[in-house]
Design a protein around this ligand. Structure first.
Ligand code: JFZ
Length: 417
């Protein structure tokens, strides 16, 4: 019997993935929520469907960029809230196959990422602003929420649920092994059994027992006996949980923070508020230091290209990862208190010190007196010395601590990130 613990092993080892938000919304280039934000009808949105032709879509390049950044898996939007499918679903005409793109873009993504040795995930929106049986009027997120034309409209939500289950079945049937199903999202009474979530998850597990499922079908994986549909990992969004995530028994729960590179998930032509590579690296370290993963987002444009600003960030992160990846992969939080100069990550007896503020003189390791066998600079393997500073016996707080001398060492952070 495969348990959550078995399923998440690779995930907690890999730590770093690429999130990709891509669809018709890359054409208007105002983010993936524009239909709801601007109350755009299906008809007004239709020109983007007629026009969708990503002539530079080359998922092999995306996969190479992810791999070079040190990312080990990816999650691509098979269908976002607008209901448009990048895959060749038999259950709708609203799919890439019927646009000028003329083909199944999910198939190409999966083949390309697999070929680069990356694990593949699919984001699937359980919210659907295109399906006729998804509630419109009064639904607080729906683009037509205030349109009285739809007031009291007689929809058959069960048709939508059958459609959604059918599409998930297609995704698990037609593309070989899927590593992650990333559902999005539950709200208000649109949660859990409203989606017939137990039935859905039982089907998923019967088809692909190892696939990881996020927590957004509703349910609570922190419970002693979580619902069948509670999922395998938590998905904090645009935030890193301050103290990691534990269940009611105080055991760590797998989690993955999803974070944008600028301030939108889908391509936004005018949003140039990109994070610096240094911020991204520190975010990744922070996630791992608290026992979690980072799923870092890019929003490819209408041509199918990842924005060059995003690629440039990924490249610098990749350079850091090649030197310092040992402090990320397979690592987790340390039981030691957070040091004032930075953060720890740890795997077994290896403690990684991420030094952000080296200050003056040696750095201090509380609680490690006599416990440091040797110290090395991870980036180049060079020897560092454990030392006791002159007159140290007079300092008030050092009884249990050790010091490591960093003089002469150039820290990766001080180079070009
Ligand atoms: C969701 C999507 O709406 C968004 O477009 C993107 O795909 C992101 C990764 O996930 O964003 C959410 C989901 C839930 C809440 C807020 C944003 N929420 O419950 O507050």
């Amino acid at each position: 019997m495969n348990t959550r613990e078995d399923r998440v092993k690779w995930f907690m080892q890999d730590r770093f993935g690429l999130f990709i938000h891509w669809g018709l919304y890359s054409i208007p280039a105002r983010g993936e929520w524009l239909r709801a934000n601007e109350k755009i009808s299906i008809e007004e949105y239709q020109p983007f469907f007629e026009e969708f032709n990503p002539v530079h879509y080359n998922p092999r390049e995306w996969a190479k960029a992810a791999k070079a950044a040190g990312q080990q898996y990816a999650v691509l939007t098979a269908k976002h809230h607008d209901g448009f499918c990048l895959f060749d679903s038999q259950l709708t005409d609203y799919k890439a196959t019927n646009t000028p793109a003329g083909r199944d873009l999910i198939k190409e993504y999966i083949e390309a990422f697999r070929a680069e040795g990356l694990k593949v995930g699919l984001y699937y929106s359980i919210i659907d602003w295109h399906h006729p049986d998804f509630p419109k009027y009064g639904d607080r997120y729906h683009p037509m929420r205030d349109n009285e034309e739809f007031q009291g409209e007689d929809t058959h939500f069960s048709n939508y649920v059958a459609y959604m289950h059918g599409q998930v079945k297609e995704l698990l049937t037609n593309y070989g092994k899927i590593d992650i199903l990333w559902f999005d999202f539950s709200y208000d009474d649109m949660t859990g059994e409203k989606w017939e979530a137990a039935k859905l998850v039982n089907m998923i597990r019967s088809m692909q027992p190892d696939v990881l499922i996020d927590n957004r079908l509703g349910g609570n994986i922190r419970l002693a006996e979580p619902e069948v549909y509670a999922g395998d990992f938590y998905s904090p969004e645009q935030i890193i949980p301050p103290g990691g995530i534990v269940n009611r028994a105080n055991q760590p729960i797998p989690w993955e923070a999803c974070i944008t590179l600028n301030d939108h998930w889908g391509y936004h032509a005018k949003d140039l508020n990109y994070k610096s590579p240094k911020q991204v690296i520190r975010t990744l370290v922070e996630c791992v230091s608290k026992g979690g993963n980072l799923l870092l987002n890019v929003g490819p444009n209408a041509k199918g290209e990842i924005p060059e600003q995003s690629l440039a960030i990924l490249q610098v992160v990749g350079k850091w990862m090649r030197q310092n990846g040992d402090s990320i992969y397979g690592c987790t939080s340390s039981d030691l208190p957070k040091p004032e100069w930075g953060r720890y990550t740890q795997i077994g007896n290896y403690l990684y010190a991420h030094v952000y503020d080296r200050g003056i003189g040696p750095i201090y390791f509380q609680g490690l007196k006599g416990r440091i066998k040797k110290a090395r600079l991870l980036a180049d393997g060079s020897e560092l010395h454990v030392e006791t500073p002159w007159m140290a016996e007079q300092y008030s707080d050092i009884e249990n601590g050790a010091f490591i001398d960093l003089s002469g060492a150039v820290l990766p952070d001080e180079m070009d990130t």
